[in-house]
Design a protein around this ligand. Structure first.
Ligand code: G3H
Ligand code: 13P
Ligand code: ZN
Length: 326
């Protein structure tokens, strides 16, 4: 068991102030997943260069992959790195899709400033009880909590949901009041991963259910809403991957127009993982094919990291509107 650490000692912030400003300002805070050094470096470089507040998030699987103690020092390093770039960047270290009280507690104790407890697959009453329990542990430690109502299709940390169910607007006010959560993830048509919609030839992705979002906003005005499964599955990366030996036929995501519209509403946190994975994979494949004699990981991971920097800068500036808000 590693020692207990307060996130403030690491130079991190919770999400409360960031969300308040984002809702008022009509933009969204980016939440980028990371598992390794190059991803975290790219996130920090891009967010420092665009002066964007940022949530760096890890799933249960990512935490197991990177090691909990290592993650704490990586987060500390991220804060220092941004400072050395001359930017006092607000950085939130967030648990993505926490699936138990124990995992949330362990993350809070090891320096996370924010956690998600995802009870969306439970019954309503069980979701309320579990989420409330996490809030009761988190709030005295000034850690913010994200809950979820409604189920997204796709993979949520080893739990695979075949069917999505939209968030029921009638439930949100009661859920927020009973649990005390600081933000709420909703289901309005997005899903996790690179295959968000099954489209026939010539069809385009259906629009998100902004009518449901409007109903939710009406019931909890100004309350911070979170959009998961928000990768655009950038076609250029899918093409590059397929060109260099990959097989991602039929990969499709949420259009940037839809995300821009969401960011202007009460959606104040937009989760992006798959796009980063695609960008890095595309560049690694391209690099290794074009440089068959190279075997230095710094070369191919360096190429992947540079592309991720460009992708994140683009998201912050042109999609989420978070650039220059730090
Ligand atoms: O929502 C899921 C995230 O993309 C994390 O995925 O569980 O494979 O790390 P992961
Ligand atoms: P994507 O798979 O669309 O990137 O969604 C990531 C996510 O919601 C992480 O919680
Ligand atoms: Zn998610």
């Amino acid at each position: 068991m590693s020692k207990t650490v307060d996130y403030k000692e690491l130079g991190l912030v919770n999400s409360r102030d960031l969300f308040r400003k984002a809702v008022a300002g009509g933009y969204a805070i980016p939440a980028y997943n990371f598992n390794n050094l190059e991803q975290l470096q790219a996130i920090i470089i891009a967010c420092a260069e665009t002066r964007s507040p940022v949530i760096v998030q890890v799933s249960k699987g990512a935490r197991n992959y990177a090691n909990a103690t290592m993650l704490r020092y990586m987060a500390m390093g991220a804060v220092e790195m941004a400072r050395e770039m001359g930017v006092e960047l607000p950085i939130v270290l967030h648990l993505d899709h926490g699936d138990s009280f124990e995992l949330c507690k362990s993350c809070i104790d090891s320096g996370f400033s924010s956690v998600m407890i995802d009870g969306s697959h439970l019954s309503y009453a069980e979701n309320v009880a579990l989420t409330r329990r996490v809030v009761e542990y988190a709030h005295p430690r000034d850690v913010t909590v994200e809950g979820e109502l409604g189920v997204l299709a796709g993979i949520e940390d080893e739990v695979v949901a075949e069917e999505s169910t939209y968030t029921q607007p009638e439930e949100v006010q009661d859920f927020v009041e009973k649990t005390g959560v600081d933000s709420l993830a909703i289901s309005i048509g997005t899903s996790h991963g690179a295959f968000k919609f099954k489209l026939k030839e010539g069809e385009s992705a259906p629009p998100l259910r902004f009518d449901i979002l409007a109903e939710i906003e009406k019931r909890i005005p100004g309350f911070p809403i979170v959009l998961h499964g928000a990768s655009s599955v950038v076609p250029a990366y899918v093409e590059l991957i397929n060109q260099y030996g990959g097989q991602l036929d039929g990969a499709v995501g949420v259009s940037e127009d839809q995300l821009r519209r969401a960011a202007k509403s009460a959606v104040c946190k937009i989760n992006i993982d798959s796009d980063g994975r695609l960008a890095m994979t595309a560049k690694v494949r391209e690099f290794l094919t074009n440089n068959p004699a190279e075997f230095d990981p710094r070369k191919y991971l360096g190429a992947a990291r540079s592309e991720l920097v460009e992708l994140i800068k683009h998201k912050n500036e042109a999609v989420l509107g978070s650039a220059q808000k730090a």
